[in-house]
Design a protein around this ligand. Structure first.
Ligand code: URA
Length: 232
């Protein structure tokens, strides 16, 4: 693998940032300064350092994506682009999305190749909360808030109590659910005689979507992000 790809994959920076580090002579390969981004390395055997800090190869990946609309949450699809198509540099890492957002839903999506991590967040008995910003056809009433609190009847059973909060903007609200059923938020709104027009996930547990990420951008999770997810 090329050294710039290796460093970007390990979260040292974007491909452009990594090229700058190389140019400035801040990267060493087996003890010798390496300036060429094109040099191939053996990720397992070579000793690669940035500013004398050893960059250890890790095969587990944990990424936060600001998902754009128009991408399906799958690893392969015959008809649509998948969220994995956004991660060209990580083709060989067997990454997959943690849970699903609808094709037309935007926002916080975690991507990993660690099945245990995914399970910890998605298992129904872990009750990890997810908060969505909703633009709906009609404004939210106090009665809607009460109905969400009590639990909404869906065709596949009662949805667990959810928190619905009005946003300042007209027809905007925030809903927090602890389940992840198919089209859950859309179906809950439909059940109270309203419709979701736009949906964006803004948090999972205490982990918020990084506002620095433009739609379609991603970054590696940091230690503090794992704490906010309640994962040690
Ligand atoms: N609920 C929905 O209806 N759609 C999503 O994408 C996520 C939650």
């Amino acid at each position: 693998m090329r050294i710039d790809k290796f460093l970007a994959n390990m979260g040292v920076g974007t491909r452009t940032e990594v090229k700058q580090l190389l140019k400035k002579g801040r990267v060493t390969l087996n003890g010798t300064v390496e300036k060429s981004a094109k040099t191939n390395v053996n990720a397992l055997e070579d000793y690669i350092a940035v500013d004398n800090n050893h960059i250890v190869y890790i095969d587990k990946l944990y990424l936060m994506l600001n998902k754009p609309q128009g991408y399906v949450c799958a690893t392969e699809d015959n008809q649509h682009q998948t969220v994995i198509d956004l991660f060209k540099d990580y083709k060989d890492f067997h990454i997959f999305p943690v849970g699903r957002l609808d094709k037309d839903t935007e926002g916080l999506l975690l991507i990993t190749n660690d099945g245990d991590f995914s399970h910890q967040l998605m298992s129904p008995n872990k009750h990890v909360s997810k908060t969505y910003e909703v633009l709906s056809e009609k404004s939210i009433t106090n009665n809607d808030i009460e109905l969400f609190k009590t639990g909404i009847e869906l065709h596949d059973g009662l949805a667990k109590p959810a928190t619905l909060v009005k946003a300042q903007e007209e027809r905007k609200s925030f809903v927090t659910i602890t389940e992840g059923r198919y089209h859950q938020v859309k179906r809950m709104f439909h059940a109270i005689n309203n419709e979701v027009l736009a949906l964006k996930r803004i948090s999972i547990g205490d982990l918020q979507l990084d506002e620095q990420l433009a739609v379609g951008e991603y970054r590696h999770l940091k230690e503090q992000d794992f704490e906010q997810l309640g994962i040690k």
